[in-house]
Design a protein around this ligand. Structure first.
Ligand code: NAP
Ligand code: F7E
Length: 351
């Protein structure tokens, strides 16, 4: 049987790497788009990348979703059955600094792929997946959020992603394209980018335990997130493209925790005894209550730092994945505790 061909924009990212593994296990031929960087950054997929001169089932192409002719040529050359658009400037905090670039990549990047598809795919055969996000709900009141909830993004990232959500739906309705959104809530893994809260906290606290760092500086400790495992969430991305009719789905765990819960859990799992206090400005900090490995009693191990607070914040995100459960047969199996344990074990092993 002829292999199905998938094209992944954003293959070098966290989800790109898990999705590639998953698609290869399903016997797909995968093309991935990587950006030109001054240092090679295919670390997340090196273990599955085969030399194109041996029997290849994974080929990487240079590309960037900010370049229409490149996007057009890649789709034309690879002739995929399925396209996964995971490419994005995906850091919400950074989007306040790089608002225009975030829009170019996270909004117009999607439009470029859809336009290329509209021009090239006359028979409407190619299926398109858009990596949408819970950030499009922002601080909307309709919790827990489902596919019918109102949108109220509060960052350049969330706003850019809302454009992509709508333009995907517009192209589906206007041109009968198979174009679907996965509205994914936060998902982490040992491959998570190092400046997202889960990975940042775990890396720093392991280093602090080993005496290689003194203090972990963080911003808002009271926002809540619905955290799942990336490995399970990419399976939902694939399932979304296996439906008869294109549709949009919320993918979440249905449970949420605060950033402080996350920090407390990591501290507990590393056997660090601690106490939270407040300074005169109201900034919170955690001190060690006893010596453990290289940590000294009374050492400030975690501290809030004004520079990590965002100009605006999404306070409380929790998703309702019942539509995905019913129609895709998808549900999360890895809970928050298991996710964090796996990430800690992996960090200690790396260390
Ligand atoms: P990630 O680790 O930051 O990966 C993003 C990928 O996009 C990387 O491969 C990156 O390449 C690539 N990229 C960035 N700008 C690009 C451009 N201009 N042209 C082509 N490629 C570009 O993100 P992730 O966690 O895997 O998330 C995957 C997608 O899901 C993203 O669109 C993200 O916004 C969305 N999402 C993520 C979550 C989550 O919690 N993880 C939740 C909801 C939605 P480099 O490696 O070169 O930087
Ligand atoms: O922040 C707070 C921060 O950057 C989580 C992306 O994958 O999920 C992710 O976006 C929370 C926020 O993820 C620090 O203010 C405190 O309230 O890990 P994060 P995010 O912003 O929720 C969504 C669904 C996406 O689509 C995005 O692509 O943690 N926080 N102190 C901090 N966050 C960071 N990064 N660093 C801190 O020092």
């Amino acid at each position: 049987m002829k292999k199905k061909i998938a094209l992944i924009f954003g293959i070098t990212g966290q989800d790109g790497s898990y999705l590639t593994e998953f698609l290869l296990s399903k016997n797909y031929f995968v093309y991935g788009v990587k950006r030109r960087t001054s240092l090679i950054h295919t670390t997340r997929i090196d273990h599955i990348y085969q030399d194109r001169h041996s029997k290849p089932n994974l080929i990487l192409k240079y590309g960037d979703v900010t370049d229409f002719s490149n996007v057009f040529k890649i789709i034309n050359d690879t002739k995929p059955n399925e396209i996964y658009n995971l490419a994005a400037q995906s850091n919400v905090g950074v989007s306040f600094e790089l608002a225009e670039y975030t829009a170019q990549t996270d909004s117009i990047g999607t439009l470029r792929i859809l336009e290329a598809l509209r021009i090239l795919d006359k028979k409407k055969k190619i299926k398109f997946y858009q990596a949408s996000t819970s950030e499009i709900f922002g601080n909307s009141p309709d919790k827990p959020y489902n596919e019918k909830s109102r949108f109220a993004p509060v960052s350049p990232y969330g706003t850019a992603k809302l454009y992509s959500y709508w333009i995907t739906k517009n192209y589906r309705e206007a041109y009968s394209m198979y174009a679907a959104n996965g509205i994914l809530f936060n998902h982490e893994s040992p491959r998570r980018g190092e400046n997202f809260i889960s990975r940042k906290t775990i890396i720093a606290l392991v280093k602090i335990l080993k005496g290689k760092q003194k203090t972990l500086y963080l911003g808002n400790l009271h926002s809540k997130r619905d955290w799942g495992h990336a490995k399970e969430f990419v399976e939902a991305q694939w399932k979304i493209l296996q439906q008869k009719k294109a549709d949009d789905f919320v993918i979440a765990t249905g449970k949420n925790y605060s950033v402080k819960d996350l920090v407390n859990l990591v501290l507990k799992k590393l056997n660090i005894k601690f106490l939270w206090k407040k300074d005169k400005k109201g900034l919170e900090y955690a001190v060690a209550l006893s010596n453990v490995e290289k940590i000294k009693k009374s050492q400030v191990i975690v501290k809030q730092d004004q520079s990590y607070f965002r100009p605006n914040e999404v306070h409380d995100l929790v998703g309702d994945y019942s539509k995905a459960k019913k129609k895709l047969g998808w549900k999360p199996n890895i809970n928050f505790d298991q996710l964090i344990t796996e990430m800690i074990q992996s960090e200690i092993k790396n260390y």
